[in-house]
Write a protein that binds this ligand. Structure first.
Ligand SMILES: Nc1nc2c(ncn2[C@@H]2O[C@H](COP(=O)(O)OP(=O)(O)OP(=O)(O)O)[C@@H](O)[C@H]2O)c(=O)[nH]1
Ligand SMILES: [Mg+2]
Length: 463
């Protein structure tokens, strides 16, 4: 992802400061050089980079670190604060009834983002509807219908109509029960007059509370011009930056937006409806710098738990009361899957992302995910009894399960081993009073953020 290596390289440089209490000019120069290199590679405007590095250099040398702060944490805090200032605030977005108009060039990700945002609002307890006014691109109707179907939100479109303005009007009427109306529009190659005219007309009818510009992260600094032009025609309240997963250059879009007095509302990080997050400057930068993002993580965990529990009467609390069965384990794995790719999750855990990830081979996470999938298949080949009482599974059963699942016996044994380990951990939890639990959590946090900052990331920033 964008700026991926900033955290890595910066940590390397900062670690050289470990144990030092004083900072020299050359230390600061090293840090600043790493930052410059990463930001320029990510396509951030050179003048901005220069300004940022000047600020960091000046502050790092002039400000006195608060008592008890190491040189490393002092510099890291300044870098963090300056980076947060650089990406700017998040677009204000109250959770209330509203109409949102999406604009943007062809292929920027409007339709995908419309469905993603609708999904996001629905998870916040609102009732969203997407209205597709694109009569320009064949297939636009089907695409929007499909994506909103996956997001399980209301959809309005008319594949036979040819007047976007009329579709918009009728769509708002037809979906009047919804709280949040998201109006998707057609894109063009470039900002031509007819696109501007069309969107201005739609804007007149829709009277949006917010107009959001959808920008492909790969356009880099071109973001600035587009934001300015769209702002002149319909007024832009915020920006959705898409495809941040697919480019190392997104730094341009991320920062150009701030330069045009606009702000970022959402980030798109994949092709699925759940691959969206609300832009939170402090959490975003914490994650880039490898300090975790507890707020995003908490949201994901909560959502995953809800999804996992939805269709059955499985209660994670039961696990802490009775025995830990293979069924519980399967549920836990399902919940983890619902959270999304493991490497994204790891990035959000303070002290776990960045630093630790750097030391793992690139495919380590894939291997883990493959194993989890294998375990799932193996468990599908087990009987109810075996799932409930895995301890009773013997050699002949292992052979049968392996044959049934098409996986090697080795995998079945691994699964049983893994289950045993988890069972032991859970047992430890069971024997604990609340005080013990708190002590243990504290210990885990201290271990997690080896730099003493673990557990403090997230919305309020790590300091
Ligand atoms: N990897 C990735 N792909 C994305 C993301 N957002 C959109 N895409 C893909 O980008 C392509 C274009 O997305 P659309 O949503 O159709 O873009 P659009 O702006 O509606 O395009 P037009 O309606 O033709 O103007 C699709 O293949 C999407 O799957 C994202 O955040 N990450
Ligand atoms: Mg579209």
């Amino acid at each position: 992802m964008v700026l991926d290596d900033l955290g890595t390289s910066l940590r390397g440089t900062l670690n050289q400061l470990q144990g030092q209490t004083r900072i020299t000019e050359s230390d600061v120069e090293d840090v600043v050089r790493e930052i410059q290199r990463s930001l320029i590679q990510a396509d951030v405007d050179i003048a901005l980079v220069q300004q940022l590095s000047d600020n960091i250099e000046e502050r790092a040398l002039e400000e006195e670190p608060p008592a008890g702060t190491s040189a490393r944490d002092h510099v890291l805090r300044i870098v963090y604060e300056e980076m947060v200032a650089l990406v700017g605030e998040s677009t204000e977005l109250p959770l209330e009834e509203q109409t949102i108009l999406l604009a943007g060039l062809q292929g920027s990700g409007k339709t995908t983002s419309a469905a993603k945002m609708a999904w996001w609002f629905s998870k916040k307890g609102l009732r969203p509807a997407v209205i597709q006014t694109d009569t320009f691109r064949p297939g636009a109707y089907d695409q929007a219908k499909q994506m909103t179907g996956r997001a399980e939100v209301e959809f309005y479109g008319d594949p036979d109509a040819d007047d976007p303005v009329q579709i918009a009007r009728e769509g708002l009427d037809a979906t009047s029960d919804a709280d949040v109306h998201i109006v998707d529009t057609a894109g063009r190659h470039a900002l031509e007059d007819d696109l501007i005219e069309e969107i201005e007309e739609i804007e007149g009818v829709v009277e949006p509370d917010r107009s959001l510009l959808v920008l492909d992260a790969a356009i880099g600094q071109g973001a600035k011009d587009q934001a300015q032009q769209f702002d002149e025609s319909i007024g832009i309240d915020g920006v959705v930056i898409t495809k941040l997963d697919g480019t190392a250059k997104g730094g341009g879009a991320l920062t150009a937006v701030d330069q045009t007095d606009s702000s970022i509302a959402f980030l798109g990080t994949g092709e699925e409806v759940a691959d969206v997050e609300r832009f939170e400057p402090s959490g975003f930068i914490s994650r880039l710098l490898g300090m975790g993002d507890l707020k995003q993580l908490a949201e994901r965990v909560e959502r995953a738990m809800e999804e996992t529990q939805e269709d059955e009467d499985w209660d994670p609390e039961d696990m802490l009361q009775g025995t830990f069965t293979l069924k519980d384990m399967q549920k836990q794995m399902e919940a983890m899957n619902n959270m999304g790719p493991l490497d994204q999750i790891m990035d959000m855990i303070p002290g776990m992302g960045g630093g630790l990830m750097d030391q793992l081979p690139d495919d380590a996470m894939d291997v883990t995910q493959d194993r989890m999938r294998d375990f799932d298949v193996v468990m599908d080949s087990m009987t109810e009894d075996e799932l409930e009482y895995p301890r009773a599974i013997g050699a002949s059963q292992i052979e049968r399960i392996a044959r049934g699942s098409g996986k090697p016996e080795e995998r079945v044994r691994e699964l049983l081993q893994q289950h045993k380990m988890m069972e032991q951990t859970i047992k430890q939890f069971q024997g604990m009073g609340d005080g013990d639990m708190q002590r243990m959590m504290k210990k885990m946090q201290q271990q997690g953020g080896g730099d003493g900052m673990g557990g403090l990331g997230g919305g309020q920033g790590p300091f």
